[in-house]
Design a protein around this ligand. Structure first.
Ligand code: SF4
Length: 276
C-alpha cells in the first residue's frame, strides 16, 4: 500500500503566525487568553491550554490582562471594547483576513453596497460584515445571488477560504446586478493551493484521508472536494482510523486543513505506513 501526502497541506502562513504570536505573548509573563479558539483545531487548542494560553468566549469574562485576537479576526467593536476595559490587545488577525475586512470597510465608505461571498456563520465573514458598518449582504450560493435585486454601486469581497470555482460562478451572476461593480478577490492562495493539490491527489488514489478539526470550514471543504473523486474520510486524529477502510486499497492520499498541526499529520501518515 502506497501512502502519498498532498503537495500542499497543513498549517498556512496565517495560522503559523497566529500561534507564534500567541506563544510569544504568553511567554512575556505567562498569561494570555484568546478570544474564541485561536484556530479551528481542538488538538492545537488543547496543547496551547497546557502551555498557559487560555480561551474566553466573550470579553465580559475578562477584567484585566491580555487578549489575543485569532487569525479569523473580529469586528471594530471588539477593539473598542478591549480599549474601554483597559485590556492589552494582541492582534493575530491574518493579514489576508485584514485585507478583506479593510476592503469591505473602504467600499462601504465609498458608497458601495457590499456583498461578501462566503459562509454566513463563519466568524471571519461576521467580522467582515462588521467592518462594512453592518451593511454588507452575505451570499453563499448562486441562488442567493440570483435573488438579489439590482444594486446601484456593488462592491464584492470574498471569505478568504471560499472556493475559487464557486466564487467565479457567483460573480458571473452578480455582474448582471449592477453597472458599477468593484470586485476584490480576497481569497487567499493557501486555500487554492490546498484545494488544487487535494483534488489532484484524490484523482490518483483509492482513498483520501482529510485531517483537521470537524469545526474547520476549510478542512470540511477539502473533504467535500476529495469525496467528488474517491472514497474520503474526514478525521481529526489517527485514533479514528479503522482497519476496514483499508481493505483492497492500494494507494492512500493524505491532506490536511490549514489549521491542522504537523504532529497530527505525521501520526496519521505513520499509522497508515504501518499498515503497508
Ligand atoms: S487560510 Fe489564508 S487567510 Fe486564512 S489564516 Fe491561513 S493564510 Fe490567512
Amino acid at each position: 500500500m502506497e501512502v502519498i501526502l498532498a503537495e500542499s497541506l497543513g498549517f498556512c502562513y496565517g495560522v503559523k503566525r497566529a500561534i507564534k504570536i500567541a506563544r510569544e505573548s504568553a511567554s512575556a509573563d505567562g498569561t494570555a487568553c484568546t478570544l474564541g479558539p485561536i484556530i479551528h483545531n481542538p488538538q492545537m487548542v488543547a496543547q496551547l491550554a497546557e502551555e498557559g494560553i487560555g480561551k474566553v468566549d466573550d470579553l465580559s469574562e475578562l477584567d484585566a490582562g491580555r487578549i489575543i485576537i485569532r487569525s479569523h479576526g473580529v469586528g471594530p467593536n471588539i477593539y473598542e471594547s478591549a480599549e474601554e476595559k483597559g485590556l492589552e490587545l494582541v492582534d493575530a488577525t491574518c493579514p489576508h483576513v485584514r485585507r478583506a475586512q479593510m476592503a469591505a470597510h473602504e467600499l462601504a465608505e465609498e458608497g458601495y453596497r457590499v456583498v461578501i461571498i462566503g459562509e454566513k456563520r463563519h466568524p471571519e465573514v461576521k467580522s467582515i460584515v462588521e467592518w462594512s458598518g453592518d451593511q454588507a449582504v452575505v451570499v453563499e450560493t448562486e441562488e442567493e445571488a440570483e435573488a438579489l435585486g439590482s444594486i446601484g454601486r456593488l462592491g464584492v469581497v470574498a471569505q478568504t477560504t471560499f472556493s475559487g470555482e464557486k466564487f467565479k460562478s457567483i460573480i458571473a451572476i452578480l455582474l448582471d446586478k449592477s453597472n458599477d461593480v468593484r470586485i476584490l478577490r480576497t481569497i487567499c492562495n493557501a486555500t487554492d493551493q490546498r484545494q488544487t493539490a487535494a483534488l489532484s491527489l484524490a484523482g490518483e488514489v483509492d482513498l483520501m484521508l482529510v485531517i483537521g478539526g470537524k469545526n474547520s470550514a476549510n478542512t470540511t471543504r477539502l473533504a467535500q472536494l476529495c469525496a467528488m473523486k474517491c472514497q474520503t474520510y474526514h478525521i481529526e486524529t489517527a485514533a479514528e482510523l479503522q482497519d476496514e477502510w483499508f481493505d483492497k486499497i492500494n494507494k492512500i492520499g493524505i491532506t490536511a486543513g490549514a489549521s491542522t498541526p504537523d504532529w497530527v499529520i505525521k501520526e496519521v501518515y505513520q499509522k497508515c505506513k504501518n499498515k503497508t
